[in-house]
Ligand binder design. Structure first.
Ligand code: SF4
Ligand code: SF4
Length: 160
């Protein structure tokens, strides 16, 4: 049987693509080439391959990446969650994140090098400062609802 990381993580990538986390930070004595002297690396992680959800430096990934296991991964490993159920939750979270990505891009916040939540906050701030066109406020209201749904789902089903 393939390892669970193959079954789940290769369909997911939420802990690397800027949805669950805003950055990766080194542990003391960290040797991963990801950092190359940097105190942190912003997500989406530059080592993350969106197409197949793989890590280009997997064998040398940072300690924190090795240590993090989301609730779905832990739940399936413990026999408390069935694989199809975990995959459904992953698909659901990815769908909400994709909806947000696309909605934010439509509103002009399309810097995909920034973590999703940061882009969303920038959009909110712009709206508070009157920086959106009148017609865009309805789209933002829809995005706020989507962000709320995603935040609840991540808190309940993914953070360790
Ligand atoms: S969030 Fe969980 S299932 Fe998704 S890639 Fe990370 S550890 Fe794997
Ligand atoms: S180094 Fe690899 S495992 Fe760690 S966040 Fe980046 S892509 Fe993910």
């Amino acid at each position: 049987m393939p390892p669970l990381t193959d079954t789940l993580c290769l369909q997911c990538g939420l802990c690397c693509n800027g949805v669950l986390f805003a950055d990766v930070r080194p542990e003391p004595g960290e040797r991963s080439p990801l950092f190359a002297g940097r105190a942190r690396v912003a997500q989406p992680c530059p080592a993350f391959q969106t197409g197949d959800c793989t890590c280009t430096i997997y064998a040398e990934r940072p300690q924190r990446c090795r240590q993090f296991e989301c609730r779905q991964l832990l739940g399936v490993a413990a026999g408390e969650i069935m694989v199809p159920q975990a995959l459904r939750r992953i698909r659901q979270a990815r769908k909400l994140a994709a909806k947000l990505e696309s909605g934010l891009a439509d509103l002009g916040f399309d810097n995909r090098k920034q973590p999703l939540k940061r882009r969303f906050e920038k959009c909110q701030r712009a709206a508070e400062q009157g920086g959106l066109a009148e017609a865009q406020y309805a789209a933002l209201a829809e995005l706020q609802l989507t962000m709320h749904q995603l935040t609840l789902l991540l808190a309940k089903e993914f953070y360790g």
